[in-house]
Design a binder for this molecule. Structure first.
Ligand SMILES: NC(=O)c1ccc[n+]([C@@H]2O[C@H](COP(=O)([O-])OP(=O)(O)OC[C@H]3O[C@@H](n4cnc5c(N)ncnc54)[C@H](OP(=O)(O)O)[C@@H]3O)[C@@H](O)[C@H]2O)c1
Length: 321
């Protein structure tokens, strides 16, 4: 099939484009930068240069690529500031609202038959059990400070699922780790854990779901090729509390055990958003994606993935294995 990937040069795009090409698809990759044409060609995609926030450029790009499937992986996250979460996500939120509108309207004009879009597991409402399915309430009670970000995620979901002229699929990814992500060998969060700047707040009872970026890309290929319209959690098999996974991540990176701070202190350090994420978040089940997309994560649990991440980080820094 002809597939247009918006966000083809990012952490996801670098994994997704070669996989789509290997599966026999003709891939067109969108970037803002002329200078990234070569990267896209190396990945196997025909480069399409367009700013996703400019409706005319997007319309032209989609009309030229004439895709049968559009994949929306646009994001632009600045340096993370948990105390001003919505501010750090302001540009991403524009890409998830205005960018989604532009892509959908261009896709409609081009007769696109399938539209696959990103979402994030952390939007599940923080009530009831720790592990959520796609049927559970999502995004109605955002953590304080994340209202705009969760609102923008819901916007992507609502618009894509409401598009009756195409098959809309939404992938609620777990927290990414692996190459080029913030939890990659030299990522921002990896560095924070290594430097003991990522403490366990309160009881660390927030449940997180992770997904290796390569497994997320495999699921995205599956969603391009099959599965009915709707929402799919793309997460690994082991949602786990912060108090469980953070010490194991630190250990696999060869770092000292994370600090523990009372919720009140955590709130000062990471704002109410950070404190809520560490103590109240809910994880997600991948049963539907396994069943209906015929997909399974190669890194079934973050335990294996974090071990691999630690080994890669050591190899890249030249430290002994
Ligand atoms: N990280 C996580 O834990 C996580 C979890 C759930 C969901 N997600 C979502 O998954 C998706 C993939 O994430 P990622 O880690 O691959 O993101 P990333 O590495 O930050 O890549 C972002 C991509 O968006 C493109 N982009 C940004 N602004 C653009 C604009 N104005 N016009 C055109 N392209 C633009 C960039 O292209 P150029 O720079 O080449 O223009 C790049 O290809 C994102 O939508 C993200 O929000 C991430």
């Amino acid at each position: 099939m002809r597939v247009l990937v918006a966000g083809a040069t990012g952490a996801m795009g670098r994994q997704l484009v070669p996989r789509l090409v290997r599966a026999g698809h003709e891939v067109h990759g969108m970037t803002r930068s002329e200078s990234k044409r070569a990267l896209l060609q190396e990945l196997g995609a025909a480069p399409v240069v367009a700013d996703a926030l400019d409706p005319e450029q997007v319309a032209r790009a989609v009309a030229t690529a004439r895709p049968e499937v559009v994949v929306h992986e646009l994001t632009s996250i600045g340096p993370m500031d948990m105390r001003h979460f919505d501010r750090a996500f302001a540009q991403t939120n524009r890409l998830r609202t205005e960018g989604t509108d532009h892509l959908l309207s261009a896709a409609r004009a081009a007769g696109v038959g399938r539209f696959v879009a990103q979402s994030f597991f952390a939007g599940y409402d923080r009530v009831g059990g720790g592990v959520k399915t796609e049927d559970d309430p999502f995004g109605t009670v955002p953590p304080p400070g994340m209202e705009q970000t969760v609102g923008a995620i819901r916007y992507v979901e609502d618009q894509v699922l409401a598009a009756s002229w195409t098959q809309g699929l939404v992938l609620r990814y777990g927290g990414f780790y692996g190459p080029h992500t913030s939890l990659g060998p030299d990522g921002e969060q990896t560095e924070a854990v290594r430097r003991r700047k990522f403490p366990i707040v309160g009881d660390g009872g927030g449940v997180w779901s992770f997904i290796h970026i390569a497994d997320a890309a495999d699921a995205t290929v599956a969603a391009v090729e099959r599965g009915g319209p709707g929402v799919y959690n793309v997460v690994d098999d082991e949602p786990a509390t912060v108090a469980t996974w953070l010490p194991i991540l630190a250990e696999s990176l060869g770092a000292k055990a994370p600090m523990r701070v009372p919720r009140l202190v955590g709130r000062l350090l990471a704002g109410e958003t950070g404190a809520v994420m560490m103590t109240e978040l809910r994880g997600a089940s991948n049963a539907k994606a396994r069943r209906e997309l015929g997909w399974a994560p190669a890194h079934a649990t973050w335990r294996d993935g974090f071990r691999e991440l630690g080994a890669q980080a050591r190899a890249e820094s030249g430290a002994p294995a």
